[in-house]
Design a protein around this ligand. Sequence first.
Ligand SMILES: Cc1cc2nc3c(=O)[nH]c(=O)nc-3n(C[C@H](O)[C@H](O)[C@H](O)COP(=O)(O)OP(=O)(O)OC[C@H]3O[C@@H](n4cnc5c(N)ncnc54)[C@H](O)[C@@H]3O)c2cc1C
Length: 435
Amino acid sequence: MNNYRSWAYIPPLEQKAVRPSWLDFKFEKDAKSLLPYGNARSYGDSCLNSEGLVIDNRSLDHFIEFDTEKGILRCESGTTFSDILALIVPQDWFLPVTPGTKFVTLGGTIANDVHGKNHHQDGSLGRHIRYFELKRSDGKKILCSPNENPEYFNATIGGLGLTGFISWAEIQLLKIPSAFIKVETTAFHGLDEFYELSEKANSKHRYSVAWLDCASGGKQFARGLFMSGDHANYDRKEKSAIREPKISIPFNFPQKVINRYTIRAFNALYFNKNKLVSAGKTTYQHYDSFFYPLDGIGNWNRIYGSQGFYQYQFVIPSSERSTMEHILNKIVDSGLGSFLAVLKEFGNLPSPGMLSFPRPGICLALDFANRGEITLKLIEELDQLVMEAGGAVYPAKDIRMSSKAFQQYFPNYEEFKTFIDPRFSSDFWRRVSGR
Ligand SMILES: Cc1cc2nc3c(=O)[nH]c(=O)nc-3n(C[C@H](O)[C@H](O)[C@H](O)COP(=O)(O)OP(=O)(O)OC[C@H]3O[C@@H](n4cnc5c(N)ncnc54)[C@H](O)[C@@H]3O)c2cc1C
């Protein structure tokens, strides 16, 4: 059985894997090509390499050094954010940037230069990485930092695992008063209200994000819940608790359960329930439920059935409001819109990463159940609009973008290519580079 697949559950081609050993790390001699593999929380094919081998990094999960005064942590690259949080939160430190799941590895998050709900204040993860060691297939070890071998540092941050193998990394953490976040939730109707809330919140709060209903039209069009948050001084006794998933999806759902009616009903329920319970209120949430609500539902990716789903995440300049409205209308009209759509405004702090995805603008992420051709056609139409607006699609969520689209979204493509390890490749890379 093929255990190496990505998060969107679209059945990939067979993947073969090797495990690195920390003391005697050697790259497989006979493989056609190699690719590091973290915890496969990328949705598409950027963590897959059906032509050669993936290097399963999950056994490299040791902490190396933790300066609890300065909040500097060095660990092996397969260490998960979940394990890091369990170590650092009880000592009043937090991750400087975290994606919406903690089941990711440090190496995997550097290679996608992940962003979080604080992009407007803190930028992407790459800004907080102090050092890492890059192992190349010729046996060279390159110590990288913003000052040492900065060209390899910049190419590897957001470098999709193609510049070599990150064996360990050092990260600057964020001091926190407790494990709790003070959260304000506001219901909004329409994009104008969203933009207004976002502008106000982003100057005041470290975190901001909105859930958006992408299934309803008419008076309910673009309704959602806007959340802003800050680390707060709250019940210090609770702070080391990390919740384990409570509910699990035990099998793949039959695909006919997921249709425009169930999706619309789910979104209406979610909006109305949360509006009633939390809108207009200030609450204190444990960081686990604020940052990682989906981690509480084990195997939620199985909800879309055995055909899997596509996740689509793009950013366009904030000035392109009419394009965003057009895109949302297209999604609503298609009836393919998803349960969970997340809208967030990125700030303008630059990333060191050459191929980094986050850039100033409005970013939307949503799922589409895989219904074959009609789903792909819709996504291609969305691509066209994103390209015309000067935006970009996130490689970590992609399994289908064309080489033309990729090379437009990432103008440093030609420069980046010169840093690729000659023995490294991925299914994603062969597609977008036209090889
Ligand atoms: C529920 C959910 C929510 C998410 N929310 C966000 C979000 O808010 N923001 C965001 O930015 N992303 C988000 N993501 C995407 C996720 O954060 C990224 O895809 C992340 O990179 C996955 O890390 P991983 O350890 O699973 O790596 P994988 O997915 O296995 O690999 C990712 C990339 O890293 C490379 N890689 C892995 N290890 C190494 C290494 N040691 N050296 C060099 N390269 C390596 C791989 O080759 C691949 O290109 C989310 C994903 C899920 C499932």
